[in-house]
Design a protein around this ligand. Structure first.
Ligand SMILES: Cc1ncc(COP(=O)(O)O)c(C=O)c1O
Length: 362
C-alpha cells in the first residue's frame, strides 16, 4: 500500500515536544506547583454531578464568558474561549492567517507560534530581539514596513527568556502595523499574571490587538485545557465562526467559571510564586559562574558555567527536571527552570550547586 503523505508544506514539519522524564521534582513545563484549592474541586465535582451529559455544552460558553468579562473588565463580546490558549492562537491563525498571509515574530520566543502558523499555511517571518531580548519598537516598525505581515506575534512575558514588554512597546507595534494597512497584533500573555504590566488595558474595539491568557498556569488547571482571547468584538465574532461547534466541554466551561470565584486565593499564590522567583534568582546569581536573566514570569532562564546539557543531565540524575534549552537558537547554553514550591526550589538549588561543583572538578 502506498501511504498518503501530509500536505507538501507540512512534510518537513517536526512535531512540538516537551520531553517528560519520570523524576521527583518537575520544573520543566511552567505549570503551577499547587493543585487547585480543595473548595474549587468540591464545587466543580458538584457541578459535574448536575451536568446533563447527553446534551451538547453551551456552544457560546455564555456563563463562562460573562464571568470572564467581570474578571477581566472587558465585555463578553470581546472574549473567545478555547481548549488552552494554544487553541485560541490556532483559531486566530486559521481565521486571519493562512495561505498568502504571513506572521512576524521576534526570536527567541515560544516556538509554538511559528509551528501553529506553519500548520495553518501562514508564512513565518522572524526578526531577532535586541541584546536584552526585548522588542525594539523602531526595529519592529522597520520589520513591519519591510515584511508587511498581516499578523504580529508578541509574547509577554516572553517564553523562554522571561522578559515582559511594556504596554507602550505593544501599542507602538500595533500602531506601526496599522500604519501599513489592516493587520492584527497577538500578545500571548500566558504568564501575564506574574508580570508587572499587561497589554489587556490596550484592548478596545478600534485597536487591532488581541491578548491571550490561560488557566494552565496561575489557575492550576493545565489538565483541563482552557484558554481565553480578549480582543475587539469584530475579532471575537470572526474567530467564533472558525471554532468547531461545541468545542469547549461543559466540564471545562464549569471549571473556568467556578475557578474565577477563587480569585483572592490565586492572587495570593501569584504573590508567593513571584517572591520565590526572586529568591531563586538571587540564589542562582550567587552560584559561581551562573548567569540568570530577569523574569516577569513563573520561570527563570539561566546559563550555567560549562556544558549546559551536561548540567541538565546531572540535575535529572539528582531527581530534578528543568527544560534543556541549551541547543535552542538564540538561547544556546541556557536552561529554564519553573518556579516551584519552596521545597522544590531548594531541591533544585542544591542539585544545581552540586552539578556546578562537579563540573569544576578535574
Ligand atoms: C508562551 C506560552 N503560550 C501558551 C502556552 C500554552 O498554554 P495553554 O496550556 O493555555 O495552551 C504556553 C505553555 O507553556 C506558553 O509558554
Amino acid at each position: 500500500m502506498s501511504r498518503l503523505g501530509p500536505r507538501a508544506d507540512l512534510a518537513e514539519l517536526a512535531g512540538y515536544h516537551s520531553p517528560q522524564v519520570d523524576v521527583e521534582v518537575r520544573l520543566n513545563t511552567n505549570e503551577s506547583p499547587y493543585p487547585p484549592p480543595a473548595a474549587f474541586r468540591d464545587a466543580w465535582l458538584g457541578a459535574l454531578a448536575d451536568l446533563p451529559l447527553h446534551r451538547y455544552p453551551d456552544r457560546s460558553a455564555r456563563d463562562l464568558r460573562e464571568a470572564l468579562a467581570h474578571h477581566l473588565g472587558h465585555g463578553p463580546e470581546r472574549i473567545v474561549c478555547a481548549n488552552g490558549s494554544n487553541e485560541v492562537l490556532l483559531a486566530l491563525l486559521l481565521t486571519f492567517g493562512g495561505p498568502g498571509r504571513s506572521m512576524l515574530c521576534f526570536v527567541p520566543t515560544y516556538t509554538l507560534h511559528a509551528h501553529l502558523a506553519r500548520i495553518t499555511g501562514t508564512q513565518v517571518r522572524c526578526v531577532d530581539r535586541d541584546a536584552a531580548w526585548g522588542v525594539d519598537p523602531g526595529a519592529a516598525a522597520a520589520a513591519v514596513r519591510d515584511l508587511r505581515p498581516e499578523l504580529v506575534f508578541l509574547c509577554s512575558p516572553n517564553n523562554p527568556t522571561g522578559r515582559a514588554e511594556p504596554p507602550e512597546v505593544v501599542a507602538a507595534v500595533a500602531d506601526a502595523l496599522a500604519a501599513h494597512g489592516p493587520g492584527l497584533v497577538i500578545v500571548d500573555e500566558a504568564y501575564g499574571e506574574f508580570a508587572p504590566t499587561s497589554a489587556l488595558g490596550l484592548v478596545d474595539d478600534e485597536r487591532p490587538l488581541v491578548v491571550t491568557r490561560t488557566f494552565s498556569k496561575v489557575w492550576s488547571l493545565a489538565a483541563l485545557r482552557l484558554g481565553v482571547g480578549i480582543g475587539p468584538a469584530w475579532v471575537a465574532a470572526e474567530v467564533e465562526k472558525v471554532l468547531l461547534p461545541y468545542h469547549l466541554s461543559a466540564a471545562t466551561q464549569a471549571a473556568g467559571r467556578l475557578a474565577l470565584g477563587f480569585e483572592a486565593e490565586m492572587r495570593a499564590r501569584v504573590g508567593l510564586i513571584v517572591s520565590e522567583r526572586e529568591r531563586v534568582a538571587a540564589a542562582l546569581a550567587a552560584v559561581p559562574g551562573v548567569r540568570v536573566h530577569p523574569s516577569g514570569a513563573n520561570f527563570l532562564l539561566f546559563r550555567p558555567p560549562g556544558d549546559a546539557h551536561r548540567t541538565w543531565r546531572r540535575l535529572v540524575d539528582a531527581g530534578v527536571l528543568v527544560r534543556d534549552c541549551s541547543s535552542w537558537p538564540g538561547v544556546e547554553g541556557h536552561l529554564r527552570v519553573t518556579v516551584g514550591t519552596a521545597a522544590e526550589n531548594d531541591r533544585f538549588l542544591a542539585a544545581l550547586a552540586e552539578a556546578v561543583r562537579e563540573d569544576g572538578r578535574p
